[in-house]
Design a protein around this ligand. Sequence first.
Ligand code: BT5
Length: 246
Amino acid sequence: PALEYGLDAPFAVEYHDSLPSTNARARELAAEGATDAVVVADEQTGGRGRLDRGWSSPPGGIWLSMLSRPSIAPARAPLYTLAGAVATARAVRSAGVDARIKWPNDVVLTGDESTDYRKLAGVLTEMEGEADRIGWLIVGVGLNANVDSGELSEGATTLRELVGDVDRRAVVHELLSEFDALRGDLEGVVPAWRELTATIGRCVRVDAPGGAVVGRAVDVTDSGGLVIETGERRETVAAGDCEHLR
Ligand code: BT5
């Protein structure tokens, strides 16, 4: 397959030219009892975003899923999503792109004052487990690498557009090494995320399960929730879609 490489990785890596979804393949591996496995595809024919949205995944991108079986409380699972975003942002930055993170999981290009951002990568985490124990956890990363942005949705950008085609093997290797280091030091995830975020300090609107929250984003909690100052009080949202207003 186009993406195959022989570098040592902290995971057993499986390569495919084309798959419906690397997350779906990683779920199969999880059902077979695998752990520390990674699935990478050159193209996905049924890529998924969050909340059942689609994810465009033409050939030339980096579409991958990382399977772990962490012994952490399920409430801390969002740290894995943040770790996926940090690892992706760092890998992209090592390719020379000044990417930042939009809470919780988008890797975007943004100017300091602009409300405008273009999405370079996204993270989709799926898990299975009981109230007190995680069975498996899959962090899926979609990174628009050697792809024309015209093939993607509006508001998307790609490494090809920003810096020209990259060596995907090097970017994948960087991403996996960073992710492996972060999951081994979960205490370090939120500080690392804070350093790279474009969301703290911005006015945001978060469409959370309990309704929309509008205010200024001031912090991230130890478990990855976004703290928003709404004027009279502070609210914490654990998950949702976040828009930068100004
Ligand atoms: C995400 O969802 O950002 C998570 C994307 C995760 C994709 C990876 S690829 C490997 C693994 N296998 C999968 O099947 N999925 C994971 P969300 O925040 O819901 O963003 C989805 C929205 O982004 C869509 O509704 C589109 O508007 C937009 N979009 C779709 N494809 C895009 C792309 N390639 N680049 C930028 N934006 C895109």
